[in-house]
Design a protein around this ligand. Structure first.
Ligand SMILES: N=CN[C@@H](CCC(=O)O)C(=O)O
Ligand SMILES: [Zn+2]
Length: 426
């Protein structure tokens, strides 16, 4: 007899998503594996050690005991959602900009009027590390309640060494103390700081910020895994972006950058040159760029909230899927697109970008995990992976997308521990 941490019992649908695959492309994105009347078992390290139908699990574990058993009859279970793109560390409220945008101002017009990234940089520079941590924590709590158990999270509101490192320290502390797991990204190249040229900003990143990042990482004070740049006209253009990304790559950071959002910037072509892991946005990507991305492969991290808030044309998700570009999803949570909900993101991906619900789930689980190199351990319900799960109070898993802003989530489980539970109605 063995004692285990958790048994999930008799779920009407146990949504495995995929088996033995690091990510899915093309037509495979429409095939989501499901076990009807499924059960699974989690060990004391929070790892799934067995999965199957209720009967199979009963037969194999008749004599075993469990610290916790959750009876999921009438409920569906999916893997924890993985948010492939967030900017959750910042100070300063930009709700007033929403009114400007509704009145017709574009993203760049808001930026020119003193808003946008520059506004957030000013407030984030003034905030202390503990102020920023205290602002971050409730944001992570809200993500968790919406089923997100792993996020990519960026710095990028400092644009100089001290504040960029302060943001990475905040992410490091959150990664150690919060149930949400974090893959941190250094984004010193988010915008050109006031009073600098692109050339000076690039020099500062390569010769000052990155060496300090290495020093603090070696000292165990920060833990960045990825490097990002905003490749955009008036921000960082092709050559500067390439130089920064290569310098980060030399430090062992994975290339995961913003590209082709407001203007066509040859992002896919650059990803091909650098063998980038991921590009986000891609509203203006070219056919050649997508072909390059499929070849590497470079993940397309699509952010439907951006197109929705800024009233932009959506990225060509259908064409990407046709071309076998691996497609992932992110909330793009930031003061421009204030969305902490991956269920809403999946709903937007279906309605605005014409993805089907299976594709949206794949993009928000196994593929977004792979876009941050975590799909060996996250993104599907398989033996050997972490037991990160969302229990949905419905027979069919699709309700998490269909019910968009208030999905019927009964539990969120991280590494076999219940980290959120919906209060029962009296
Ligand atoms: N486009 C660049 N960066 C963010 C927006 C940042 C901001 O406006 O504060 C994004 O991904 O949408
Ligand atoms: Zn972004």
């Amino acid at each position: 007899m063995v004692n285990y941490k958790l048994k999930i019992k008799n779920a009407s649908q146990l949504v495995v998503v995929s088996k033995n695959k690091p990510y899915l492309v093309g037509k495979d994105m429409s095939n989501v594996e499901i076990i009807e009347n499924g059960s699974l078992i989690v060990d004391s390290n929070g790892i799934i050690i067995d999965i199957g139908t209720e009967q199979e699990i009963l037969d194999r574990h008749r004599d075993d005991s469990f610290d916790t058993v959750i009876d999921c009859q009438g409920r569906a279970v999916i893997p924890g959602l993985v948010d492939g793109h967030t900017h959750p560390v910042y100070a300063g409220d930009r709700v007033h900009e929403f009114a400007m945008k509704l009145a017709g101002a574009t993203y760049l017009e808001v930026q020119k009027a003193g808003g946008g990234i520059g506004f957030t940089v000013q407030h984030t520079r003034q905030a202390s590390e503990s102020d920023l941590f205290n602002l971050l924590k409730p944001r992570l709590d809200r993500m968790l309640k919406q089923g997100t158990t792993l996020i990519e999270a960026k710095s990028g509101y400092g644009l100089e060494t001290d504040t960029e490192m302060k943001m990475l320290k905040v992410l490091h502390r959150a990664a150690q103390s919060h149930a949400i797991e974090i893959s941190a990204t250094y984004l010193g190249g988010h915008a050109i700081p006031k009073g600098s040229t692109a050339e000076q900003a690039t020099e500062d990143i390569v010769n000052k910020q990155l060496p300090e990042l290495k020093r603090l990482r070696d000292a165990g004070e920060i833990s960045p895994e990825n490097i990002d740049v905003f490749l955009e006209r008036g921000f960082f253009e092709y050559d500067d972006t390439k130089r920064i990304l290569e310098a980060g790559q030399q430090l062992g950071l994975a290339i995961n950058f913003h590209g082709d959002e407001l203007s066509f910037m040859k992002s896919g072509e650059l990803a091909g040159e650098l063998k980038a892991r991921a590009i986000s946005h891609l509203e203006k990507v070219s056919e050649e760029g997508m072909l390059e991305m499929a070849k590497v492969p470079t993940f397309a991290v699509l952010l439907p909230t951006t197109a929705y808030v800024l009233r932009l044309e959506c990225p060509p998700a259908r064409r990407m899927i046709e071309l076998n570009v691996p497609v992932a999803l992110g909330s793009d949570y930031n003061p421009n697109a204030h969305c902490l909900s991956m269920p809403f993101v999946m709903n937007l991906a279906c309605v605005l970008m014409k993805m089907n619900m299976n594709e949206a789930l794949v993009a928000a689980t196994i593929n977004s995990a792979a876009s941050i190199n975590k799909s060996k351990t996250h993104g599907s319900l398989e033996i050997g992976k972490y037991a990160d799960m969302v229990i949905i109070d419905s027979n069919r898993w699709e309700h998490i997308i269909y019910e968009m802003v208030d999905p019927p989530i009964s539990h969120v489980i991280k590494k076999g521990s219940v980290v959120f539970q919906q209060q029962q109605q009296q």
